[in-house]
Design a protein around this ligand. Structure first.
Ligand code: GSH
Length: 206
């Protein structure tokens, strides 16, 4: 059984969504990153203490994109990962990583600055610059969505899972403004049944 350590609005949703799309069995182990006391059991899994992480037998992994790549390689083949010979592969590979390295990671900086930085440091050069870089990278997403239904072409792939988290995070935290094409795209990706199940299964129990 695959265990996903995470929470509903975190990047663990990428992993849970992928597991749902692939029809694999898993369980979600909630980690409350905002709790006053660190979760000792989770600290043993990930001493760097961030989510998501997975345990799959003897395998322990962190990094949402790497985890998705592991799961698709280990339990595939799956249409979520086009083969290297598929014409969609370069765009797939690019946007799979751009969703985290080029967008979500950069957007985290202004978001956490706004919520966690001391009052006088909330509006800082680093946060503004990170947002500027993310907005520049969004131009690649916009150009692609003018040409194709999904981010890597005409089939839904794990790159859409990666990208959806980034765009939805930026929109939810109001650090980016989405145009009509990106909004319609999120309606398509988040309208998938597997997304709905992933969201429901990622909810903490009361
Ligand atoms: N690049 C990592 C980023 C992970 C990350 O930033 N996770 C957030 C929650 S979505 C977190 O746990 N942050 C707390 C921390 O890094 O201390 C990934 O894609 O998994």
């Amino acid at each position: 059984m695959i265990t996903v350590f995470g929470g509903q609005t975190s990047r663990s949703l990428r992993v849970v969504w992928l597991l749902e799309e692939m029809g694999l069995t898993y369980r979600v182990r909630q980690v409350d990153m905002l709790a006053d006391t660190p979760d000792a059991a989770f600290l043993a899994v990930n001493p760097a203490y961030y989510i998501p992480a997975i345990q799959d037998g003897d395998v322990t992994m962190v990094e949402s994109i790497a985890i998705m790549e592991y799961l698709m390689a280990r339990y595939g083949p799956t249409p979520l990962a086009p083969s290297p010979h598929d014409p969609a592969f370069p765009a797939y590979q690019q946007f799979l990583h751009l969703g985290e390295a080029g967008l979500a990671t950069l957007m985290m900086v202004p978001v956490v600055s706004r919520f966690l930085a001391p009052e006088a440091e909330r509006d800082n050069w680093g946060a503004r610059q990170a947002l500027f870089w993310a907005e520049k990278r969004l131009k690649l997403v916009r150009r692609q969505l003018e040409q194709s239904t999904w981010i890597a072409g005409e089939s839904f792939t794990a790159a859409d899972i990666s990208m959806t988290y980034a765009l939805e995070f930026g929109r939810r935290q109001a650090v980016i403004t989405l145009g009509d094409a990106e909004t319609a795209y999120l309606d398509r990706t988040m309208g998938r049944e597997a997304y709905g199940r992933a969201l429901a299964n990622s909810m903490p129990a009361d």
